[in-house]
Write a protein of this length. Structure first.
Length: 683
């Protein structure tokens, strides 16, 4: 079957999507679908969703019968059939809804459950219930039994696991996402394979469990998104894409269904009439890299597969794509958010036209000119006419949100950002930018009309005057000033930030993962910082050696692992840390941590010999010290440690110490009883 062959009849198409064709015919239909835009649009229109059946149940003509399916069993059978087909017909990457009914006759690779209310167990996960499903995968709510945290486990449908192409595609997604560590990309904890009932390996990935809903769900309710919200959501999506592109990964299926609106802490606890709308406060997470692959890799058929409504012309034509394909798709999303409709309608021949769309400012007169201009560039048919990078798009959208959407980054705190925005907006925007500075820069203006080098723009170490100037900025501009100064003091640092958090008008969370930062003095300007992560990308690569800049900050979480030159924790003395992770550093002395309310302490692969300070930690739950030259575990016998990860050394008397820790629940991720039993058996 080739792309020019007739599309499969409805019955055969259904059989293909439900896995009921033999291998040869299934492969032929699959090759046709990958190249046929009409069949792709057919799939695109199907989702795991109960709105269709809900509508039927509310139909006046059917209401009486459906209110009691027993009265008319044909109606109940029809509803069940529709729900089953909705689950089976959803392609990989489409929106997941909690109403998914399951895998039909498929048998997932689960071991028998421990509790009757569970579905089963798999590779260390307790599988609780099905969250949703698509044509390729099923997503379950599960619990990591070792770490006791809820996760989402996605498996390839067992009926597809026997096809090597399906397994390869699923594993490609898993590896693509697992390689990305960014606050705007869903976090993958583990990638593995379980064995199905017929002995076939079934790949799976365990990822963070997200609260909230997809952007598609929000839009389906007919809600409108103000331009400022759209710019904010688009910026976060662009930052997630920038992280993917930095790894050479092109998503190729950016759409509202793959952009998740994560609920912020405490939002769900507020009464509905007291909550800010979710798009105004949510954190965007880029989901489902099912079509992702390294740029330039893959056949032409796979390039053409995606969601037609959001697909750039080069991808629709089956040409090779690069990261600019994702930028086009993001432009479609932004256009839809602001204008309330898609920019490229289908023609009478049912093909999608890429003619110049109606200007977004005509459909939404209140849209800021800078945002309308950016959307227009993103939707350029030629990739070369689009913005160069996702990072550039994020910078432009940040400037728009910082200034309320009306100007292009007026009076930004550092010269580097002025240069970035000037490049992004071109010469015309630079003229506006300069005019904005001249009009608004009173505090940096000398009487003679010249703009002086104020503390924010003056090069050099961050002195007290610089810190005061940063703290006087609006909270949404403080991170930019700190990042710019970090870039200045640490040549080679690209300014990437993995995570930012805000609370009560202050920056409370800051995380970077880099091998190019040794000087963190600018962070002392973030006086409300509670959570800080400055970690290397791998053991032995981080450059942080001095923590003195954090002295006096109200930190409760500190992650500084994989910085081999870091030795001294004295700057933490007096803090109220609850989480402290310093693995793969040269830390030897834990005494600065004495008396803290730490619940998680990790000093694996450090130089710690004396663990007696752990005995002073009244709330410690997990202590990890494997890879350390510890003299004796004896001090732990009087500690509150419940979960211990260590190097077990019988010659050191470890067995006797562990036996005197009645509160100890697990050792090296085994229950204490199992660990001691195995040790006794080996001995």
């Amino acid at each position: 079957m080739t792309p020019t062959d007739p599309c499969p009849p409805a019955a055969e198409f259904e059989a293909f999507l439900r896995g009921r064709l033999d291998d040869a015919r299934s492969d032929a239909v699959e090759r046709h679908v990958e190249r046929c835009a009409r069949c792709q649009r057919t799939i695109d229109g199907l989702s795991v969703d109960t709105r269709l059946t809900d509508a039927l149940r509310g139909d006046d003509d059917l209401a009486g019968a459906l209110s009691d399916p027993v009265t008319d069993p044909r109606v109940g059978a029809m509803v069940a059939r529709i729900e089953e087909m909705a689950s089976q017909f959803t392609p990989a990457g489409f929106d997941l809804h909690p109403s998914a009914t399951g895998s039909g006759s498929e048998c997932p690779p689960f071991d028998p459950p421990h509790a009757p209310e569970d579905l089963g167990r798999m590779s260390g996960y307790r599988v609780v219930r099905l969250l949703g499903g698509g044509g390729m995968g099923l997503v379950y709510l599960a619990e990591d039994e070792a770490l006791r945290r809820p996760v989402a486990v996605k498996i390839l449908r067992p009926r597809l696991a026997r096809h090597s192409r399906a397994r390869d595609g699923f594993l490609r997604e898993a590896r693509a996402v697992a390689a990305l560590k960014h606050d705007n990309v869903v976090t993958v904890f583990q990638v593995g394979e379980a064995v199905g009932p017929d002995g076939t390996p079934v790949p799976f990935l365990a990822m963070e469990l997200l609260e909230g809903e997809s952007l598609a769900d929000w839009l389906r309710r007919g809600e409108r998104v103000p331009a400022g919200w759209a710019a904010r959501l688009g910026r976060q999506a662009a930052e997630g894409l920038a992280a993917a592109h930095a790894r050479g990964v092109v998503h190729r299926d950016i759409k509202p269904g793959n952009l998740w609106l994560e609920v912020p802490a405490g939002w769900a606890d507020l009464p509905p009439d007291g909550r800010a709308p979710l798009p105004a406060v949510a954190r965007v997470k880029v989901l489902d890299f099912g079509l992702a692959q390294p740029a330039g890799i893959g056949d032409r058929a796979s390039v053409a597969f995606g969601t037609p409504a959001y697909m750039p012309p080069e991808q629709a034509a089956g040409q090779e794509v690069d990261h600019r394909a994702d930028l086009f798709s993001l432009g479609v999303v932004l256009y839809e958010l602001v204008a309330g409709r898609l920019p490229f309608p289908r023609t009478e021949s049912d093909e999608r036209s890429y003619a110049t769309p109606e200007p977004v400012e005509r459909l939404a007169p209140g849209v800021p000119p800078g945002l309308a201009y950016l959307i227009g560039r993103l939707l350029s048919p030629a990739p070369a006419d689009r913005p160069a990078t996702a990072r550039q798009v994020a910078a432009e959208l940040l400037a728009l949100t910082t200034e309320g959407g009306g100007t292009a980054g007026r009076d930004l705190p550092a010269r580097r950002r002025l240069r970035r925005v000037a490049w992004a907006f071109g010469l015309a925007a630079f003229v506006l930018l300069f005019a904005g500075i001249c009009l608004a820069g009173n505090k940096f203006r000398q009487p003679g009309g010249q703009v002086e080098s104020g503390p924010l723009t003056r090069p050099g170490p961050p002195d007290d005057e610089w810190v005061a100037a940063v703290t006087a900025l609006p909270v949404d501009r403080q991170p930019g000033a700190v990042i710019d100064k970090l870039c200045e003091l640490n040549p080679g640092y690209d300014g990437q930030v993995a995570k930012l958090g805000f609370e009560n008008g202050m920056v409370t969370e800051f995380a970077i993962k880099t091998d190019d930062v040794s000087d963190i003095r600018p962070l002392r300007a973030l006086t409300g910082l509670k959570s800080l992560s400055v970690t290397g990308s791998a053991p032995g690569l981080g450059r942080l050696a001095d923590l003195s800049a954090i002295r006096g900050l109200p930190l409760t979480v500190l992650n500084i692992w994989q910085n081999p030159a870091l030795t001294d924790l004295s700057a933490t003395r007096g803090m109220q840390l609850t989480v402290m992770q310093a693995g793969d550093t040269a830390v030897a002395d834990l005494s600065p941590l004495e008396g803290m309310p730490i619940s998680i302490l990790a000093v694996n692969n450090c130089r710690v010999r004396d663990v007696s300070p752990v005995r002073t930690l009244a709330k410690v739950r997990l202590f990890r010290c494997d890879g350390c030259p510890i003299d004796t575990l004896e001090p732990l016998a009087g500690s509150k440690v419940r979960e211990l990860i260590c190097d077990f050394r019988p010659t050191r008397g470890d067995a006797a110490v562990l036996a005197r820790m009645p509160q100890l629940e697990s050792i090296n991720r085994l229950t204490t009883a199992d660990f001691l039993r195995r040790h006794a058996a080996v001995r």
